[in-house]
Design a protein. Sequence first.
Lengths: 84, 166
Amino acid sequence: MAWQTATRTPGKAAGRVKGSDSGSGSSGQLIAVVTLNPDKVGGDIPIFYAKDKEDLEGMALVLSRTTRAMVHEIAEGVYILVKH
Amino acid sequence: MAILHWVMRGRRIGDYANVKVAKLRFDGPSLYAGDIFLMNVGRVESRETILEHGVGAIIDPKDPNAATTLASIGQRQALVHDVASILGIRRDLDEPEFTPIARLDHDSGRTGMVIVPLANDPLALKDAVQRVPIIESIKRRPLAAKSGRRAFGVADGDEDAGEGGR
C-alpha cells in the first residue's frame, strides 16, 4: 500500500566530516560556523558573522545549546560547531 | 580464601599502569592533561568550567604488553565509562564539551583523560581509574612472540619482561 511506503531522505553529503574523537569511528557533522572574519570562511553551510568577541561567544553558546553541537576554535575568531 | 580470591581476581588498570593525577591546562583552545593533548574546546566559558571543575589523569603503562593492551580503543572507552559511572558527570544533554574523554599519546604510549565529575576529588579519580578492570578479550602480550620482542627491543629469552601483561 502506498501509505506504508516511506522513503528516507538521504543525509546531506555537504558538511559531513570523518572524525573519531571518541575512538568509535563515528563521523561528525559540521553544523555551522561563527566568525569575526568573513574572509576566512565560505561554503555551503550556515555562517554567522559576529561583530566582536562577545557577540561571537554569545552566538556560539546559543547555537551549541540549541543544536547540541560542540564548539571548536579552528583559527582566531573562527568557531565551528560540530555534532559528534 | 583470601589468597584464592586474589589469584582469581581479574586484572585491573592499576596492575598494568602507573596512574597519576594530571594538571589540566589550555594552550589556546587545546586542552592538555599534563603534556597529552585531549581536545579542542572553543568557548572561553567552557574552558573556565573545565579548569575549575575538571580533573585529569595520566595512565602510564608499565611495559609493552600493558601499552598494547591499554592502547585499545575499547579499553579506553571502558575506562571512561567506568570512571564516569562512579564519579558522575557534571553535564547536561546540550553540553557535549564536558563529555569525559581519554586520548592516547602515540609517542610515549600514555593515555591522558579528563572528566568534569559531580564529585570533584582528584584522588578519587586516581583510585577509580586504578580499579577499572582490563577487558579479557583485549589483553595483549606482544612480548610472548619473537616478532613482538624484536619490535619492542626486548632480548630473546626475556619473555617475562612484560609483568603487567600477565
